[in-house]
Design a protein around this ligand. Structure first.
Ligand code: ADP
Ligand code: MG
Length: 330
């Protein structure tokens, strides 16, 4: 019942960027290697996510857009989650607050599509698609002017969508991402997965260079440490790169972008003696551990985490970063 409450708390789709997040996460769950995001007018009139993942069978399309039909949780395994999706309500929510069309193709079958408008399911129809899935969400909140009014300017919503794509691109350095504004705006992102070696640090370095800039990676120390079953990898910038704002403090737990005070506190603590006051450290840090040791479902949007033993995570970050900084003469 605690699980139900936790999940019921909060809406899945509160703005275009949250829809983009859910759709891109679905594509990642489907094993996509290339994900293309298109949006118009800050995502208010159009969001389209195209992937090359395993697709949805025609017969399953109505199920995919039905609330909770696909929820992978049964209360017992809430803490043991390895894919992004688990509530089975993102697509249903989008179909309720906009016009949602899903076209998909499973290898060896014909492509099919379904449209949901204001919660009403249309028929499953044949579609033209070579592979993967295309999800289009049009006119988000048009039927609910109160929520439409709550959205910010096209520019601000575009920025928020860009942030979501950047964060997920950092989380998945082996996947290619593009983001285009088809209503003529300038926001355009392209992150290619170009690590031929398959080496994680190569891929990460390339991806962080593209997302955070060459100035970041040029000044970044490679971090690799382990403590009591928690693995820490990533890059942390030299104090000389530090900024007057916390613009580049990124954490990922078991592949998932998270925001967490404890992790931020550990990062600040590691740099405490080497940074002038008013300066913020910059880092992209990835913690991997047994999913049972971390609860990622504190918040429905899944950006908060709770470690079973926060002291271990904190100690790991502080000691690994201090060690790396000391090694670089700081
Ligand atoms: P959840 O991800 O929590 O299961 P969603 O509403 O986001 O719920 O998606 C419902 C289901 O639709 C997923 O569980 C998955 O089976 C299917 N699905 C959604 N998007 C895709 C996609 N891009 N590729 C393949 N299957 C998808
Ligand atoms: Mg999902």
């Amino acid at each position: 019942e605690a699980a139900i409450n936790r999940i019921a708390a909060g809406e899945v789709v509160e703005r275009p960027a949250s829809a983009v997040k859910e759709l891109v996460e679905n594509a990642l769950d489907a094993g996509a290697r290339r994900i293309e995001v298109a949006q118009a007018e800050g995502g208010k009139t159009l969001i389209r996510v195209t992937d090359d993942g395993h697709g949805i069978a025609a017969a399953e399309l109505p199920l995919a857009v039905a609330r909770h039909a696909t929820s992978k949780i049964d209360g017992s395994d809430l803490l043991d989650i390895t894919s992004y999706g688990f509530r089975g309500e993102a697509l249903a929510s989008m179909g309720a607050v906009g016009r949602l069309t899903i076209s998909s193709r499973v290898a060896g079958s014909e492509a099919a599509e379904i449209t949901v408008t204001g919660g009403r399911l249309g028929e499953v129809r044949p579609a033209a698609l070579r592979r993967g899935t295309v999800v289009e969400l049009r006119d988000l909140f048009r039927a609910t002017p109160a929520r439409l009014k709550f959205l910010r300017s096209d520019r601000a919503e575009t920025q928020a969508i860009g942030d979501v794509v950047r964060r997920l691109a950092m989380a998945e350095p082996f996947v290619s991402f593009t983001l285009a504004d088809v209503s003529g705006g300038e926001e355009r992102l392209s992150f290619r997965a170009d690590a031929e070696t398959g080496d994680l640090f190569d891929a990460l370095h390339g991806r962080l260079t593209r997302v955070l800039g060459a100035e970041f990676t040029k000044n970044a120390l490679r971090i690799e440490a382990e403590r009591e079953g928690l693995r820490l990898t990533g890059y942390a910038a030299l104090p000389t790169y530090s900024r007057g704002a916390a613009v580049a403090q990124h954490f990922f737990v078991n592949g998932r972008p998270v925001k967490d005070r404890m992790l931020l506190g550990a990062l600040r603590a590691a740099y405490m003696d080497v940074l002038p006051s008013g300066r913020y450290p910059a880092a992209a840090l990835y913690i991997d551990c047994d999913p049972a040791r971390v609860d990622v479902n504190v918040h429905p949007a899944k950006t908060e985490v709770r470690f079973r033993d926060p002291g271990v995570a904190r100690g790991l970050i502080v000691s690994a970063l201090r060690h790396a900084l000391a090694g670089a003469g700081h």
